[in-house]
Ligand binder design. Structure first.
Ligand code: ZN
Length: 597
């Protein structure tokens, strides 16, 4: 890597393109003081034990714990943002660990609260919701009462909490094995150099234009998983049994039911998603056919599905130009959001450029007492403009929720977390498609859009279907063997990619290397979020949506169940329609690309 020599030290980067974390703590002794304060405030929590009957007492305790979490989140945010500036500096890892320790202890020390409140009669519980003192905490209280039958006695809750650590073992072992202990063989790269495979390099090889390199990486990668497939199957089975245990212990019929109930999502939403995506698989198969002809190959193998269809075109866009483009693209979002975007640009919310030791990738992160910062590694590629538009969507959402909600209801759910970011990307695509009109530019944009659909809607829904299937196998007490998992996974891939692909045996083992299968019915939310965003951005572009409704949805944060938030902007995910409409766009994009290439 000869490039590393040109990467600057952080101290060489001008202040203006670094985030301003002094707005969080202008002096680190204040960070330490905050931690001391958390320690002394926490000591007061146990005084409330056995006294949670009157609204006043309950309100005082909720306020106390809410203030502690708020302070901890601030300390935590500072530690992790500072740490990501230069991962070689261990100081902030220690800061991070101190805050984390407090967080874990807080969780244990507050574990009596819910069981104690739920000992009250239904009548008493309902009167809590009406009490003036408790109006600020109505949303979380309502949620606790809603799930009353799923909370257990104090002793049982403690037993579950005691088992928690041990139950995390399958997930931990998976991570250790997959990220640390597995060793991968070396393969010859496109220049003939021997390079050791890794997870990160695997993906770069999959998008290589050299088919032999892709094939070598693919075969080498799965040779490793083949050797450990029984261990991976046992780990995945352990993970699913953990979920089953937790769900049944809490009186849920199934693990999926328990996970969805947390977000107040019905099983219909999950099933509708799978149904809608399945009905559009013929377009995916057409897309595979375009791949076959553009790549000029007889058959699309599983190592051909990520190969680039459109060559990266050489266009350098400066950071300032990127902002100009984004501001123009997002004008349909109105003045209120426009002002937030300008604030972010001008007032150092963003850590723009790479420096030595800085965390790779991009994210938006902050807390109630900070602006929603953005970490980037901006290089001036077209893709960086999309990344900035995406992350700024998260930040605008967080900013509006924080400004308009009390701390206790500001956090929004994962289910709606990708909506604002994806709406931004779609508006950017729409804007660019009006100004970039050459054949090459159009092909790039369409392909970019198709890739998002492919990775977010199709692939994640295939994962979701697999997760549902293997979860029900475990709940029916069927053994999960490596062979059984691979057979089921192979079948799904066959449906997904269609008869035009050559289903290499290796792909049947892909289930063994996907960390998301340890995330408890998480992947489907990527697909529903993307679909909702597609519906919303289409209404914004066509002027059908009342902008205020969209802004209000963002402002609502976590104060309403996510499905209601989306219904307020005209997206009803309990029917297949929004996903179906989004996929119709995929269908037409496939046709456009086919015409262009
Ligand atoms: Zn995102």
């Amino acid at each position: 890597m000869s490039e590393t020599s040109s990467i600057k030290e952080r101290s060489e980067t001008p202040e203006i393109s670094k985030w301003d974390l002094e707005r969080l703590y202008d002096d680190e002794s204040k960070w330490k003081k905050d931690m001391d304060r958390v320690g002394s405030e926490k000591a007061n929590i146990l005084d409330f034990k056995g006294r949670l009957k009157e609204p006043r007492e309950i309100a005082d305790l909720i306020r106390l714990t809410d203030n502690i979490s708020r302070r901890l989140e601030k300390a935590f945010t500072y530690a992790h943002l500072r740490h990501d500036e230069d991962l070689r500096i261990t100081k902030y890892q220690e800061f991070h660990d101190i805050a984390m320790n407090h967080m874990v202890k807080l969780e244990m020390e507050t574990s009596f609260i819910i069981p104690e409140i739920l000992q009250l009669s239904d009548e008493e519980l309902n009167s809590l919701l009406e009490a003036d003192e408790l109006q600020f905490a109505k949303v979380p209280l309502k949620d606790i009462i809603r799930k009353k039958e799923h909370f257990l006695s104090e002793r049982e809750e403690m037993l579950l909490a005691m088992a928690d650590d041990a139950l995390e073992t399958p997930g931990k072992v998976f991570k250790m094995l997959n990220d640390a202990d597995l060793t991968f063989p070396s393969i010859k790269d496109a220049d003939g150099n021997e390079v050791e495979l890794s997870h990160g390099r695997y993906f770069s090889f999959m998008i290589s234009e050299d088919r032999d390199v892709r094939k070598r990486a693919f075969k080498a990668m799965y040779s490793v998983y083949e050797k450990h497939k029984n261990t991976f199957a046992a780990l995945l089975e352990g993970e699913l049994k953990k979920r089953m245990f937790r769900a049944k212990a809490r009186n849920y019929p199934s693990a999926i039911g328990s996970s969805l109930d947390n977000d107040e999502i019905s099983l219909e939403v999950y099933d509708s998603l799978i149904e809608a995506v399945r009905s559009h698989l013929p377009s995916m198969h057409d897309y595979i056919d375009i791949r076959r002809s553009v790549l000029e190959i007889d058959q699309v193998h599983m190592y051909d599905v990520y190969a680039p269809l459109v060559k990266d075109f050489d266009r350098k866009i400066s950071y300032e130009e990127a902002w100009d483009i984004i501001l123009e693209a997002l004008t349909p979002l109105g003045d209120e959001i426009g002002a937030i975007l300008r604030d972010a640009r001008e007032n150092r919310w963003i850590d723009v450029y790479e420096n030595r030791g800085k965390r790779s990738g991009a994210y938006s992160s902050g807390c109630y007492d900070s602006v929603p910062y953005i970490l980037m590694n901006f290089e001036g590629k077209v893709n960086d403009v999309f990344t900035l538009a995406h992350e700024i969507g998260h930040s605008v959402h967080t900013y509006l929720a924080n400004k308009n909600q009390p701390h206790i209801t500001a956090d929004y759910r994962i289910f709606v977390a990708e909506v604002a970011s994806t709406v931004n990307e779609n508006l950017l695509l729409h804007h660019l498609s009006k100004v970039w009109t050459s054949r090459e530019e159009r092909a790039y944009l369409i392909n970019h859009h198709l890739d998002s659909f492919k990775g977010t809607v199709f692939r994640q829904t295939m994962f979701a279907e697999f997760e549902q299937l293997i979860s029900s196998m475990v709940e029916d007490y069927q053994p999960l063997t490596a062979e059984g998992l691979s057979e089921a996974y192979g079948k799904l891939n066959r449906d997904h990619f269609g008869p035009g692909t050559y289903l290499d045996d290796e792909i049947k083992l892909e289930w063994s290397r996907i960390p998301h299968f340890y995330y408890n019915f998480y992947v489907y939310k990527y697909a529903t979020g993307f679909s909702a965003a597609t519906a919303i951005s289409n209404s914004i572009i066509s002027g059908k949506i009342d902008l205020e409704a969209y802004t209000n949805m963002l402002k609502a944060g976590g104060s309403k169940p996510p499905i209601d938030l989306l219904r307020d902007v005209g997206v009803d995910l309990s029917t297949p329609k929004p996903v179906d409409d989004g996929l119709k766009l995929f269908d037409s994009l496939v046709d456009d690309l086919s015409g262009l290439l």
